[in-house]
Design a protein around this ligand. Structure first.
Ligand code: NAD
Length: 421
């Protein structure tokens, strides 16, 4: 069990409460927004390769439907629980509102360790989970996407299952699909691209040269791996990266392209066993505390806590992951003058291109990659500017500024629609 301090849902509520108090939201709106609107828990059997049957538990939580259908990823991980899914759903609501796309937030997950499942088991688990949550999911209701340990293939199985049940192909029921079956060009890289745009824009505002920035990235999957590559392509020096197998440090700069190729060939997509001249192995704790200009936590939540915030030696933290920093750590970092670009802004590139994928699917009209990246850049840079301007005006953190903008939009939508019945 998680302690209350590290409970992501308590943390999400605490972050919301701070914004709600400053916005002076009416009590009834506050009560509606601080809890999820709908929660579904499912327990379902899956046939294993050895002929046995195993029962899995899964969740789908829809936090708020005020601004449109709900949207959010599906996570496969042993530590998934209802509070984690509630928090992730709530963060999705604020994220979609912040980049002003017409969605509410949702999230889903299955308690499992996918590294112990064969491809056949993973497919049967996905198809059965899709069936169990079909009563709340749909292209106009709630649209899943990939998250930790889920990928385009899993999204394709999800889409195929729901399509088979309806008797026709429903492209727009999930996003993050392979491009061959209605995925969007640029979706795979979108979250990491958004993270790299945050680094670029921050450097521009601070008048820092990109070539002078030393960057550390925790997590080397869809978000961290792509972010590391695109940040290196900006000209920054990525000096350390890490994943579940540990950390890898080279003060002269790592060869991220080679490392991504290595991880792609690994059966569990890890850097495990990677070595190169000048590359030192470090543990994850040391990785986070490595002196650098920019730290990108892009793995899981609760990585920067009151236990290590005093030892973080970065100027800027860009939250690629959801919820990597606890409120206690946030306070310490703020006190120490370390800037944090919050998750609901920094990693919003993923849901933004998911939105593009959904729009393209509904219209059956697909854009080229330059169009996708150009529109993504416009939205991310615009949101970054709005958040920085508000933070400067009011002398508050970027997180609080982002929450004020996002919560206001969601509250307004709910107030304008009124109370039914
Ligand atoms: P992923 O499964 O592709 O990658 C996760 C990475 O984290 C892997 O490299 C894994 O080895 C590493 N990791 C796991 N446990 C670790 C540990 N204890 N210490 C260090 N590294 C560890 O997942 P992802 O899609 O890249 O998601 C990462 C984070 O970004 C999550 O918080 C997710 O919610 C968030 N996010 C993802 C997207 C998206 O589009 N995929 C969008 C927004 C936010």
């Amino acid at each position: 069990m998680r302690s209350d301090r590290n409970n992501p849902f308590r943390i999400a509520q605490e972050q919301f409460d701070r914004a709600a108090a400053l916005l002076d939201l009416p009590d009834n709106v506050r009560e509606v927004l601080r809890v999820p609107q709908r929660e579904l828990t499912v327990r379902f059997p899956v046939l294993m390769d050895d002929g046995s049957t195993r029962i899995f538990t899964g969740y789908r939580v829809q936090h708020n439907l005020g601004r449109g259908p709900t949207k959010g990823g599906i996570r496969y991980h042993p530590s998934v629980d209802i509070d984690e899914v509630r928090a992730l759903a709530m963060w999705m609501t604020w994220k979609c509102a912040l980049v002003n796309i017409p969605y509410g937030g949702a999230k889903g997950g299955v308690v499992c360790d996918p590294t112990t499942l064969s491809s056949g088991e993973l497919e049967r688990l996905t198809r059965r989970f899709a069936t169990e949550v079909a009563i709340v999911v749909g292209s106009e209701r709630d649209i899943p996407a990939p998250d930790v340990n889920t990928n385009p293939q899993i999204m394709a199985w999800f889409m195929d299952t729901l399509s088979m049940q309806q008797g026709h192909t429903i492209n727009a029921v999930v996003t993050g699909k392979p491009v061959q079956v209605g995925g969007s060009l640029g979706r795979n890289e979108a979250t990491g691209r958004g993270v790299s745009l945050m680094v670029r824009e921050w450097a521009r505002r601070q008048q820092r040269r990109l070539e002078d920035l030393r960057v550390v990235v925790q997590g080397f999957g869809n978000v961290g791996g792509v972010a590391a590559a695109l940040i290196a392509a900006l000209g920054c020096r990525v000096i350390a990266v890490g994943d579940a197998s540990g950390g890898y440090l080279c003060r002269d700069g790592l060869n991220i392209i080679e490392m991504r190729r290595y991880a792609d060939r690994h059966p569990r997509r890890l850097l495990e066993g990677y070595s190169a001249p000048g590359v030192e192995r470090i543990d994850n704790k040391t990785l986070l505390e490595t002196p650098c200009d920019v730290l990108v936590p892009a793995a899981l939540e609760n990585q920067i806590t009151d236990q290590n915030a005093e030892r973080i030696r970065a100027t800027l933290i860009v939250e690629g992951a959801n919820g990597p920093t606890t409120p206690q750590a946030d306070a310490i970092l703020e006190e120490r003058g370390i800037t944090v670009i919050p998750d609901i802004l920094a990693n919003a590139g993923g849901v933004t291109v998911s939105y593009f994928e959904w729009v393209q699917g509904l219209q059956s009209f697909f854009w080229n990659e330059q169009d996708v990246n150009r529109r993504l850049e416009q939205i991310m840079v615009n949101a970054f500017e709005q958040v920085c301007d508000l933070a400067d005006q009011r002398g508050i953190s970027l997180r609080l500024a982002a929450y004020l903008l996002a919560v206001r939009r969601v509250a307004d939508a709910n107030l304008i629609r009124g109370l039914y019945p």
